[in-house]
Design a protein around this ligand. Structure first.
Ligand SMILES: C[S@@+](CC[C@H](N)C(=O)[O-])C[C@H]1O[C@@H](n2cnc3c(N)ncnc32)[C@H](O)[C@@H]1O
Length: 347
């Protein structure tokens, strides 16, 4: 790893990320990237419009996403992070950005755009929970903070099945059935932009990379024959959202949230409690809220990743009541690391 000081001095926010990199262990490519930024950063800064510079970027992922996006939008191929082994490789990427007026403009326009990361296999847990709860009935649901809206169309498909989860459930006699959505609505404050999604796919250690993004994009497009809509709206607006939902769905049997609540509320302000009133407004009686966004006290695994509880709430009368935690997730809420069949039974 190279010296901390030059980078910390020039780009303190980006440099602050080194601690996280250390935690993730083997993401050498990020370190090489940071070194390339030290070499090329001043020239990039000079070309940026007044008031914009690399220090407006909150993390290296945001910076790489802007570079990647500019490349994709000007006919380039998505560059593969794991083929960028040295800082010279990364410098070449940044140099090519500096060479093209059009590419640089797109980069500059997207420099502090919030990343939109999604792992399509994240919806495996949702698929089994809906299968258990609704078992082939008509079902209407909302994916709150849906990013590019890939999860709802994929529900009920083999893409969202896991042999391991089905084997774990079978121990207690469950079949692990899955569930497609009759009508669904994804809501996000940002527009659906699949290239931005591709660009936001910042490198994780190779053993954690979900390589199925392209497959999911194609499959979701094929499967969505008009039953899944999208609405661009701010989920903090608890008056507007029910109106938007009521226009598009006859009722709401489930609401799903993953990697959302942390964007809406500070952790110390009990995010789940703050989001409850909106879910209570949306759900029909007997509907469920599946929330992935609670980290657990159960220790993180060796990669330093958090474990998350998949918490299921049920609306009875007008209020939400906690129902069960059937799964634990790790690896960015993608891998189901524990199956609790006694809890699954309660759904
Ligand atoms: C990390 S992504 C998670 C996407 C998806 N739920 C998943 O698990 O793959 C967070 C998403 O929340 C969206 N988001 C952030 N703040 C929001 C808000 N106030 N209203 C609606 N969506 C929001 C972002 O645009 C982004 O797509």
């Amino acid at each position: 790893m190279s010296e901390r000081s030059p980078l910390s001095h020039k780009y303190p926010i980006i440099a602050g990320y080194r601690d996280r990199i250390n935690k993730w262990g083997d993401v050498d490519t990020i370190v090489q990237f940071l070194d390339a930024v030290v070499d090329t950063g001043s020239r990039i800064d000079q070309r940026l419009p007044e008031g914009r510079n690399l220090n407006i970027v909150k993390d290296p992922g945001g910076l790489v996403a802007a570079v990647q996006y500019a490349n994709l939008k000007t006919g380039g191929k998505r560059f593969d992070y794991f083929n960028l082994h040295t800082s010279a490789d990364w410098t070449a990427v940044l140099e090519s950005l500096l060479k093209s007026e059009e590419r640089f403009q797109i980069f500059a326009d997207n420099l502090d755009r919030p990343q939109q990361v999604t792992s399509p296999k994240r919806a495996i847990a949702l698929n089994y929970i809906l299968g258990k709860r609704f078992g082939g009935q008509e079902v209407y649901g909302v994916d709150a903070g849906c990013s590019a809206n890939l999860a709802l169309p994929l529900l009920g498909s083999d893409f969202l099945r896991s042999e391991q989860v089905e084997a774990d459930l079978a121990v207690d006699g469950f079949q692990g059935s899955t569930q497609a959505v009759t009508l669904g609505l994804g809501i996000d404050v940002n527009p659906v932009d699949v290239d931005w999604l591709r660009a936001s796919d910042w490198p994780l250690p190779e053993n954690m990379v979900d390589t199925t993004l392209e497959e999911a994009i194609t499959l979701a497009e094929l499967r969505n024959v008009g039953q899944i809509s999208f609405a661009q709206a701010d989920l903090r607006d608890h008056d507007l959202i029910p109106k938007v939902v009521n226009q598009l769905l006859p009722e709401v049997n489930f609401v799903q949230t993953s990697f959302l609540l942390g964007r809406l509320y500070k952790p110390e302000n009990q995010p789940e409690q703050q989001f409850c009133p909106l879910v209570e407004k949306l759900l029909t009686d007997g509907g469920i809220w599946i929330n992935f966004d609670t980290t657990t006290a159960i220790p993180s695994d060796v990669t330093g990743q958090s474990n998350y509880e998949v918490r299921v709430w049920e609306k009875i009368g007008r209020k939400l009541h906690y129902l069960a935690t059937p799964f634990l997730l790790t690896h960015s809420q993608v891998t189901i690391s524990r199956v609790f069949t006694e809890e699954f039974k309660k759904i």
